[in-house]
Design a binder for this molecule. Structure first.
Ligand SMILES: C[S@@+](CC[C@H](N)C(=O)[O-])C[C@H]1O[C@@H](n2cnc3c(N)ncnc32)[C@H](O)[C@@H]1O
Length: 314
């Protein structure tokens, strides 16, 4: 078996809000069979629950990309007889042609396609809002900020998919040296030493009662003595799409594993740990109107203070 050449490389996380993704990236997403099947199940369940709640159901897709999730929505609507009005907002003009072609040839022109940023658009009240704006750490592609409009009581949709997502971190040792200790990377490590089990970091819900997308948490871990040294914190997310339908990127051996995300890695200076040592890790998520960033603190050293090295542009 050939080793995957992208494993064990510290990769720059994509920023789909700032950058316009190329078709080749969407093709990679579309290989994630589990993700689209789980979205299909979640949408089917949501539409079953919404059936009969309005004469016409308003359905909004935020960021359809090249339409993988819309394909699933249309498949379901071919079976369920529902009156719907579907609008899709995609800010990437590189997707215009394929979305229009699919609308004509596969979707019976059912979708009103807008090539616009959802944050600057005029929206009607929605029954169902479907998005996939998740990064490897859940909220690191600015999903909470992009969807914040729907937290305002008069804009609240009846159902949002995903309805929540949770980030996790695990202390690890890897011999790989990241180019900078002051910023996160995406990396699929084939060899690493777990120091302790992963722990939940924080959760975001949609819609949310809180308008704040700032978070901070202090995690306490214990050295389980598999390694003597720590070099960083390995992160992933799980999401509840709707009801009991979930996706996760942590473990191939568990249900609902999606293979289109690599884990995230927050480096720290390599530090020896004593046997059974208990240690803390603090991490915070900050945002202002232009940017969001993470700051983390381990053994009295703060990394990426004030987003000095790494930010996600809004
Ligand atoms: C991770 S991709 C997912 C694409 C598609 N939903 C899928 O699962 O195949 C996120 C998409 O959301 C779009 N996007 C991000 N922020 C947006 C915004 N504020 N308004 C509209 N589209 C946005 C990006 O251009 C990108 O196409």
């Amino acid at each position: 078996l050939k080793p995957n050449p992208t494993y064990n490389l510290m990769i720059e996380p994509i920023q789909p809000l700032r950058d316009n993704l190329d078709s080749i990236v969407y093709s990679q997403f579309h290989k994630d069979f589990v993700k689209y099947e789980q979205y299909k199940r979640a949408i089917e369940l949501a539409l079953t629950d919404l059936d009969g709640t309005a004469d016409i159901l308003n359905i909004l897709i935020v960021g359809p990309g090249e339409g993988g999730i819309v394909d699933k929505l249309i498949d379901i609507l071919k079976i369920m007889s529902l009156k719907v009005k579907i609008t899709a907002y995609e800010k990437n003009p590189k997707c215009t042609q394929i979305l229009k072609d699919k609308n004509r040839s596969l979707w019976d022109n059912l979708v009103d396609i807008k090539i616009e940023d959802i944050r600057t658009s005029n929206l009607e009240r929605q029954d169902l809002v479907i998005s996939e704006l998740l990064g490897s750490f859940g909220d690191n592609e600015a999903c909470p900020e992009i969807l914040s409009f729907f937290n305002i009581p008069e804009n609240r949709p009846k159902i949002m998919i995903p309805e929540s997502y949770t980030s996790y971190l695990q202390p690890v040792f890897t011999s790989l040296d990241p180019p900078s200790l002051q910023r996160p990377y995406l990396v699929h490590l084939t060899k690493f030493y777990p120091i302790d089990e992963p722990q939940e970091v924080w959760t975001f819900e949609h819609p949310s009662d809180s308008s704040s997308a700032q978070r901070s948490t202090n995690l306490k871990f214990r050295n389980t003595n598999i390694a003597k040294c720590i070099s960083g914190f390995y992160g992933h997310f799980s999401a509840t799409l709707y009801g009991h339908i979930q996706i996760q990127i942590e473990s191939k051996s568990r249900y609902n594993f999606c293979n289109s995300w690599y884990p995230i890695f927050f480096p720290v200076s390599k530090t020896d740990l004593a046997r059974d040592e208990v240690f803390n890790f603090e991490i915070a998520r900050y945002s202002n109107s232009d940017q969001l960033w993470y700051e983390w603190n381990f053994k009295d050293k703060t990394y990426n203070k004030n987003g000095n090295t790494y930010v996600i542009d809004l």
